[in-house]
Design a protein around this ligand. Structure first.
Ligand SMILES: [Zn+2]
Ligand SMILES: [Zn+2]
Length: 362
């Protein structure tokens, strides 16, 4: 088996810095695509795994919000060498019950996990690919179902962000929350996901979009992409501030994009009767939330959401078109750029909420 050598950021142990070193990967098999990486966003999910908040076998290579150019194509993969593409870690089989029902984030196919064990090698020993992508590397070997073509007008940064955070935020509002024109929305947390949700609420016709974040520059970013009100939750009580900003009624939809149980409870407490809170932030695996039964009685609902229940091969091309015509703002979210050798500093940026998104560019 021919192996290709490349540079990659290897996580040997959670909580320790990554090391940029040479690793190998194999050539694409049937249905796989080899992509030369162009841009990778550092997502909060990567940060959780780097810190060991969610267990994952190591060594591995993190990164899943990525774009690049097709370098090799396996048989049966509908791509050509030189195609500009983005990568999404949702790689639906398209044949199982959840996929056929349009809920492909709950795809039951397990063969993808098998393929992920045979792609990457360290000193000739195979190791586990991360989320089917492992983007913090010069090359990515992925299932064709996770690869989406992008037009020449879309930047690689914008495309990478559409591979995870922007799409997650948008799909949470369009799919899970199903916001209707004229409704009001609250978005808690204005990182990449939250700013995607703010924009989707604007696009879907929300008349009031309230954005909450402790960082002034993120509140400014929220206003620039469509928030009508912003709240600093360190300055005043979040629920009181949202009720005040919604004439005392509360909001029709609330999106929690941080992953903190207390904020999920606050999202629910901010709802108007009949409202719907969607928790898309990744909460610690052993945490729980409490919901007052008196609030439930008036038709309020709370839902978890994996990536906004995105139907990736349908929804992401739609969002790509929205970004290409300027309806969805993507480039402004890429606030810092670093080379692969500064990968640990890039993760520090994410941990300290510097800017909105730090991109690793190749
Ligand atoms: Zn992500
Ligand atoms: Zn499936």
């Amino acid at each position: 088996m021919a192996l290709i050598t490349m540079r990659a950021a290897v996580l040997h142990e959670p909580g320790k810095p990554m090391t940029v070193r040479e690793v190998q990967l194999r050539e694409p098999n049937h249905g796989e695509v080899l992509i030369r990486t162009a841009s990778v966003g550092v997502c909060g999910t990567d940060l959780h795994f780097a810190r060991g908040l969610f267990p994952y076998p190591t060594p591995t290579i993190l990164g899943h919000e990525a774009s690049g150019v097709v370098e090799q194509v396996g048989t049966g993969a509908p791509f050509r060498i030189g195609d500009r593409v983005l990568v999404c870690d949702q790689m639906p089989c398209g044949r199982c019950g959840p996929c056929l029902a349009g809920r492909m984030v709950y795809c039951t196919d397990t063969t993808a996990k098998q393929r992920q064990r045979s792609r990457l090698f360290l000193d000739r020993e195979p190791f586990r690919q991360y989320l089917g992508v492992s983007a913090l590397a010069e090359l990515m070997l992925v299932d064709a179902a996770g690869v989406i073509p992008i037009p020449a007008e879309l930047s690689f940064d914008a495309a990478a962000l559409l591979g995870c955070c922007l799409t997650t935020g948008a799909a949470t509002v369009f799919n899970t929350a199903a916001l209707r024109p004229g409704q009001s929305a609250l978005v808690i947390g204005c990182g990449g996901v939250g700013l995607g949700a703010v924009q989707a609420a604007r696009i879907a016709g929300a008349t009031r979009v309230i954005a909450a974040d402790p960082e002034p520059h993120r509140r400014t970013a929220a206003t620039s992409v469509g928030a009508t009100h912003t709240i600093d939750p360190t300055e005043r009580d979040l629920v009181e501030a949202v009720l005040a900003a919604s004439d005392g009624h509360g909001v029709d939809i609330a999106v929690e994009a941080v992953g903190e149980p207390a904020l999920a409870e606050a999202a629910f407490a901010c709802l108007a009767p009949g409202g719907r809170a969607v928790i898309v932030g990744m909460m610690p695996p052993d945490s729980s939330i409490r919901v007052p039964s008196a609030l439930l009685r008036r038709g309020r609902a709370i839902a978890g959401s994996v990536m906004g229940e995105v139907r990736s091969l349908h929804d992401i091309p739609t969002y790509v078109r929205m970004a290409t015509i300027g309806l969805l703002h993507a480039d402004t979210l890429a606030t810092t750029h670093r080379p692969l050798d500064e990968v640990n500093a890039a993760f520090d940026d994410a941990a300290t909420r510097r800017g909105v998104r730090t991109m690793i560019t190749f």
